[in-house]
Unconditional design. Sequence first.
Length: 254
Amino acid sequence: MSTTMIAIIVVVVILVIMILSAAIMVFPEYQRGVVFRLGRLIQPKGPGFFLIIPIIDRVVRVDLRTITMDVPAQEVITKDNVPARVNAVAYFRVVDPSKSVVQVQNYIMATSQIAQTTLRSVLGQSDLDHLLTERDKLNARLQEIIDEQTEPWGVKVSIVEIKDVEIPAGMQRAMAKQAEAERERRAKVIAAEGEFQASEKLQQAAEVLSKTPAAIQLRYLQTLAEIATEKNSTTLFPIPIDLIEPFLKKQLSS
C-alpha cells in the first residue's frame, strides 16, 4: 500500500470521526436542544443521546432549571407621593424551549426588563403603608403580571419577592415618632381600662360589704393584720365605736 493511499485513509477516518463527533449530541436531564434544520424549527431534542445532521442542523441549548434573578433597585414614587427605592428577586424557568428561542431574542434579559417596569408600575399604585405592611399581596400581584407577560416566550415566573424598601431619612424619623406616639396612646388606653375595671370591682365589693356589717369588721381586721406585717415603728389601731357602745350605755345607766 502506497504512502498516498495511507494518507487518504487517515484523512477519511479523521473526517468520519469529525462528522460523527458533530452529529452525536448528549444533553443532561436539565437541558433541551432546539434544532433548526435548514433554518426551520423541528421538534426539540433531549435529554440524553440523539443525532443531528452536521452543517444542515443547528442546535441551541436551553437550560430548564429555575433561574434566580435580582431585579435592580428602582426609584418609585408611591401613591401618597413618598419617594422610595425598592429592589426585588424573581424566580423563573423555561417551560417551552422552542418559544424561548423563537419568540424572543434573549429571554433572560427580556424577563429582567419586564420585571423592572412592572415593579415601578405596581408599587407606584400603592401607598407607603401598603408597601410596608402588605408585601405578600404585592408579591402575588407582581408575580401574576410578570408571568402573564412572559408566557408567550415559554417562560414561567413562579415567585417574585420584594427584598428591600429604602425611604428618606426624614420619613424614617417621622414614622418613628408616629410609632412612639401610637405606643403611648395604647399605654394610656390600657391604663385607663385598668382603672375603669378596678373601680367597677371596688364598687361591687363595696355593695357586698354594705349588706353585711360583719364582713366590714372582718375586712377591717384583715387590713390590720396586713399593716402589722410591715416593719413600722408605731402602729395605731382605731377602735370602731360599735365595740365600745355597750360599755358606754352601761356607764350612762349607772
